[in-house]
Design a protein around this ligand. Structure first.
Ligand code: AMP
Ligand code: FE
Ligand code: FE
Ligand code: ZN
Length: 295
């Protein structure tokens, strides 16, 4: 089984619509795909309705959080959440707050860019973006304006966390996020915890603390991880009895990675499904019957 548990659609910063995403997955020979847009479940319904026969859909998301960095200072952390109940009140309210933060932050970065003479119109970007706007939308606008040649180039200096244009968002404290996912019947997995190119790293001791408070797993096989860090995360997961996952973190043409390029072992996938109580996995054909509503 090819299992890819981390992908994005146009509901956040991917370039495939949710329907295209599940079709791309089937065409790539993937058996299980998780849709994990940033801070929203908005793509779930369309993905479920378009689910090709035989493809399994794990409904999830990737939550913007704040953890403790190796240097003791706050650091941005992404928490994958699987199979949670989307109606769980407190969690739904927090997702909405995070999407609001994304809009405020986009406008703040656009103002800094405009002050420096970069031709960026936040209203045009927001009009085109889905519910969860992000730096990749800014990157595409910079490409369109001819400021940079590619999305990747936009991230190397203009959009990086070290850039003068960068503005942080007020993300969810990681402990609270892990609790909210668990309270909603979901399973939480820390995404790309050792993605060095994105800036400072999450303290390993913070992962140890979270493991004692309901964290489900660690994403190990990720395109942004070098082998040495994969080995380190794998041994940490063994020490803490955490589930180990792997995934492409597919973003369509916003990144160069292909769907299914990194995958999760069947036993790990089954452990996630066994632990979740929020919504169930949908399989092509039965998705149409439930119209993606789950339960
Ligand atoms: P944001 O959530 O708005 O702060 O933006 C973070 C997103 O930017 C990540 O989810 C990635 O999709 C994207 N991203 C980060 N670094 C890069 C990069 N070097 N190249 C392309 N996309 C990136
Ligand atoms: Fe992203
Ligand atoms: Fe991420
Ligand atoms: Zn992601």
């Amino acid at each position: 089984m090819r299992i890819d548990l981390h992908t994005h659609s146009t509901a956040s910063d991917g370039t495939d619509s949710p329907a295209e995403l599940v079709r791309t997955a089937a065409a790539a020979g993937v058996d299980v795909i998780a849709i994990t847009d940033h801070d929203t479940t908005a793509g779930w319904k369309e993905a479920a309705a378009a689910l090709p026969s035989g493809l399994n859909l794990v409904r999830g998301m990737e939550m913007s959080c704040e953890g403790r960095g190796e240097d003791g200072r706050p650091v941005a952390v992404h928490l994958l959440a699987y199979l949670f109940d989307p109606e769980s009140r407190e969690f739904a309210v927090e997702r909405e707050r995070l999407r609001g933060e994304r809009i405020t932050r986009l406008r703040a970065m656009a103002v800094r860019m405009a002050d420096a003479g970069l031709p960026i119109d936040p209203d045009a970007i927001l009009a085109e973006a889905g519910p969860a706007v992000g730096r990749p939308h800014l990157a595409r606008a910079l490409v369109r304006a001819g400021v940079v040649a590619t999305v990747g180039e936009a991230f190397t200096d203009l959009l990086s966390t070290r850039s003068p244009y960068y503005v942080a968002k007020a993300d969810t404290p990681l402990e609270r996020a892990v609790e909210m996912v668990a309270d909603a019947g979901g399973v939480s997995v820390i995404a790309h915890a050792r993605a060095r190119s994105r800036g400072r790293l999450l303290a390993l001791d913070h992962i140890r603390e979270l493991a004692a408070h309901g964290l489900g797993g660690l994403e190990v096989d990720h395109p942004d991880h070098v082998d040495q860090d994969k080995a380190l995360l794998r041994s940490l997961a063994a020490e803490l009895d955490l589930i180990v996952t792997g995934s492409s973190d597919y973003h369509g043409t916003n990144k160069t990675i292909e769907l299914g390029q990194h995958t999760t072992a069947e036993a790990a996938y089954e452990a996630i499904v066994a632990r979740a109580t929020g919504v169930r996995v949908l399989t092509g054909s039965d998705a149409r019957a439930t119209r993606g509503a789950g339960r």
